[in-house]
Design a protein around this ligand. Sequence first.
Ligand code: KIV
Ligand code: ZN
Length: 391
Amino acid sequence: MSDNNVQIFDTTLRDGEQVPGCKLNTNQKLIIAERLDALGVNVIEAGFPVSSPGDFKSVEEISKLIKNATVCGLTRAVENDIKVAAEALKFAKKPRIHTGIGTSESHIKFKFNSDQDTILKRAYDAVAYAKSFVEDVEFYAEDAGRTDNEFLARICEAAIQAGATVLNIPDTTGYCLPSEYGEKMKYLMEHVRGIDKVILSCHCHNDLGLATANSIEGVINGARQIECTINGIGERAGNTALEEVVMILKQHPYLKLDTSINTQHLYGISQLVSDSMGIYTQPNKAIVGANAFAHSSGIHQDGVIKHRETYEIIDPKDVGVTESAIVLTARSGRAALAYRAKNVGYELTKLQLDDVYANFLTFADRKKEINDNDIHQIIETSQVYREIISA
Ligand code: KIV
Ligand code: ZN
């Protein structure tokens, strides 16, 4: 499958929810699932139904609620997991079972005490069994990032023969370099029989801070689905951040890859997930962090006030942020002060600005950030105040 639309598979409610201490109840999950559907994700991984009665119920309720996206449930390559997932998904308009097994030498030896041929047969059987319940079956080769490419190609081929529609190639431990992960996708595109009939999927973890870069290399090399979470949350260092990959593809149109995401919903859903899970988003987080569109140094502020694009590659409105912020600190210049003063009602002449600016610097050296109230105070305590109010 090689059209240019990259499917967005959101796993905030499954891999994302594996963050220690961030359990969501069914109601919170339903609210997030509905917002993900409105955001335009193609697949919502709603949970791991066999893992607990609560997770089963969440997957079942989400299946009843969701109108557009495919709803997916995770399983191990175990018959009972698959049967329970099929039951939880039975109300979904578009159900998908996501089943798989560890394929790296380390997983085969230490997790399963097994061998490649046995693992290959378990993969085939799991996909075939899932296929007896639903048409759409995704196979994951856990720890594919550290799996030998030749064996990975063999197991992918077996999964296709058993009826898989999507092949997930997880870099479970976040180990790969972008070039290695891209090469892996390219190898599979060139060596797996029947690959043109299925979708290859990227599922990258962020242990080395490379999840986003690896997912982008994956789609450049033929994958057409990215598995990701809002704000990049997830176990350990997290998963690929949905907002990052979506905006990278949007801002680089020459890649000729796009998504169906309504990007103006990104900031709102980021806040919702952060509030519901009680996970604070780092201020410098790309796209959705509090400082992503904030300018505080004088040189940058002067540029942005003259022409936004001098220091911004994304229009904040495109991701649902109302406007860029001009933050006033002791590093700010006259242009920023004049701009913010104008926003609160003072049109300063050049001479007035010189006087107010001197007062501003004294204030700003005492206080980290100057707010609108402070601006009033700064102007009212400067020598030119009378002149300004009588103007
Ligand atoms: O990281 C991983 O390998 C996973 C699989 C279960 C898909 O989350
Ligand atoms: Zn994962």
